[in-house]
Ligand binder design. Structure first.
Ligand code: B16
Ligand code: MG
Length: 218
């Protein structure tokens, strides 16, 4: 098996749960547009880019808008979302994540962020994890959304790792497909029934260690 040189992490759903803030901000927009938007609907937006999320939301409400109007709505939603994330603290890092990242650092494994979010750098600063990352690729740096592997391939390139030397950590199916399309191994974070295409699925980082990662992949 290939050595592990880099671990590439998705942000929302893997390192923090920002989906709850996205939900409040999207719901407020739907309320203003006059239709209901539920937590179940919100599941469809996880891992999806901002503009694609808006398209899905408008499809749910059966509402048509011009490109210019969509830009305004997306900006409104983002303004509200940013208010929430600007209040985030390190307490919001999901259980076990910091310890796992520190374990990787000790072993000299590169730590990379591969997120669809254009707000990813701000979130990493808020939760004080930015210094642990060797490279960050966010929604501002990619032209193709997951399941396209662009975000992960760029991340691997930034730390000079071959795709076969990278392990991606993802909570969304599209992200797992992106990792596979990029020739990378992948750990799914969440439900094994949903994320079955991953090489390994764990519920979270609570009891997960670098030793367990190596036992599975090395
Ligand atoms: P923004 P991830 C994704 O983050 C979220 O899961 C998704 O719900 C959101 O629409 C997307 O980022 C874009 O976020 O509006 O901040 O650019 O899971 O790829 O870390
Ligand atoms: Mg995610």
């Amino acid at each position: 098996m290939n050595a592990v040189k880099a671990c590439i992490f998705d942000l929302d759903g893997v390192i923090v749960d920002t989906a709850k803030y996205h939900f409040i901000a999207w719901k407020q927009l739907a309320d203003e547009l006059g239709f209901s938007f539920t937590e179940r609907h919100n599941e469809l937006l996880k891992g999806v880019s901002r503009m694609r999320s808006l398209d899905i939301l408008l499809e749910i409400g059966k509402i048509e808008k011009s490109e210019a109007e969509k830009q305004v709505l997306a900006a409104q939603k983002n303004e509200r979302y940013v208010v929430f994330i600007s209040r985030m603290t390190p307490d919001e890092i999901l259980p076990g994540v910091r310890q796992f990242l520190e374990g990787l650092k000790e072993k000299g494994i590169k730590i990379v962020l591969g997120s669809a979010s254009k707000n990813a750098p701000m979130i990493l600063e808020q939760i004080a994890l930015a210094p642990l990352f060797d490279a960050v690729v966010d929604g501002n740096q990619v032209t193709r959304a997951k399941p396209d592997p662009e975000v992960f391939l760029k991340g691997a390139e930034k730390v000079k790792a071959n795709p076969s030397e990278c392990i991606v950590f993802e909570d969304a199916m599209a992200g797992i497909e992106a990792a596979k399309a990029g020739g990378m191994r992948c750990v799914g974070i969440g439900d094994a029934e949903i994320l079955g295409k991953a090489d390994l699925v764990i519920p979270g980082f609570m009891d997960f260690t670098v030793e367990k990662l190596f036992a599975h992949f090395c």
